[in-house]
Design a protein around this ligand. Structure first.
Ligand SMILES: [Zn+2]
Length: 319
């Protein structure tokens, strides 16, 4: 086990080959002038090759990606590596410590990427994450989970119209892939603008470690590393059980009350199937919700208290 070294800059040239290095990268200073440091794990092979970047916990309470990254570095043979793997298990350090999704100023970091060089607290943090870390990558895998009060399948968001990105997504052996063009403000969108092929892995539920999901996430990443030739991992055949969606959207409550959502994640619902029941505080059914079309349940709300406008279910329209 090597002691982590504190650095101000990630210089790939000077990182030793053939071992796994650990770093704390100084990013910004807190209100006492003390550095807030990004933990990094770097595996650099003896042979040159692409730089694969893995990021997790951009939302501070999305934890499943952390052990995915930790275990990946336990499982690879760095001496045989052709290229570099950089893992950032916790991107949003202040929010991780507070067990919160959003940044210190209440802003969602994954809505303001790439931030600003001189800007607000969250903008500066985002800018430095992109410029001190993400710019080194040739490929990006950004690991997320559902938000508080919701559960997710293991699904991938990817621009399936881009051949490289499409292959990256298919290799993950996920339950569901949603075609989703990279959108402004997300880390994936910023990577795309920097010509770094990127996918988002949505690995289950927030605030938890889910063993099965963590294993599935790892399998897909090994697959990708083997496919690109960074490792000699055997590439598992692309699963024909993965459900491909051409788009997806959330269905919302239009009035408030206590909500029960009926289908489970990954279940296929037909048009007209009852998907949710809303009761008032006295227990009377006040509304039932039905699937507007056939689709697969990507995620759903598990938090019963819903004001008008609350989320019910994330429906994927199957390709
Ligand atoms: Zn997230």
């Amino acid at each position: 086990m090597t002691e982590p070294q504190t650095i101000n800059k990630l210089d790939l040239e000077s990182i030793p080959s053939g071992i796994i290095s650990r770093y704390f990268l100084n990013l910004v200073e807190d209100g006492m002038g003390a550095p807030i440091k990004l933990p990094l794990i770097v595996a650099k092979g003896y042979t040159d090759g692409p730089v694969i970047g893995l990021t997790a916990a951009v939302h501070g309470n999305e934890l499943n990606g952390i052990p995915v990254i930790q275990r990946l570095f336990k499982e690879i043979d760095v001496k045989k590596l052709k290229g570099v793997i950089i893992g950032a298990p916790i991107v949003n350090v202040p929010s991780y410590l507070r067990k919160k999704r959003r940044f210190l100023d209440g802003v969602d970091l994954n809505h303001i990427m790439p931030g600003k060089e001189t800007g607000t607290v969250s903008q500066v943090y985002a800018w430095r994450v992109v410029n001190r870390l993400v710019k080194h990558f040739d490929y990006l895998l950004d690991l997320h989970t559902a938000s508080n009060g919701r559960v997710n399948s293991y699904y991938i968001r990817a621009d399936m119209s881009d051949e490289t990105v499409r292959k990256m997504a298919l290799l993950q052996n996920a339950q569901i892939i949603v075609h989703n063009p990279p959108s402004d403000g997300t880390l994936r969108g910023t990577a795309d603008e920097l010509d770094i092929p990127a996918i988002t892995l949505e690995v289950g539920n927030p605030n938890l470690f889910q063993k099965g999901m963590i294993r599935d996430g790892l399998t897909g990443i090994h697959n990708l590393l083997g496919h690109i030739g960074v490792t000699d991992s055997e590439v598992e055949e692309i699963s024909d059980e993965t459900v491909l969606c051409k788009r997806s959207y959330w269905i919302y409550c239009d009035s408030g009350g206590l909500l029960a959502v009926h289908p489970n994640v990954t279940e296929i619902v037909e048009k007209g199937d009852k998907i949710a029941t809303l009761r008032n505080v006295f227990g009377d059914v006040i509304k039932e919700y039905f699937a507007p079309e056939r689709g697969v349940v990507i995620g759903k709300s598990v938090s019963p208290v819903n004001q008008a406008g609350g989320r019910i279910l994330h429906l994927g329209v199957i390709k």
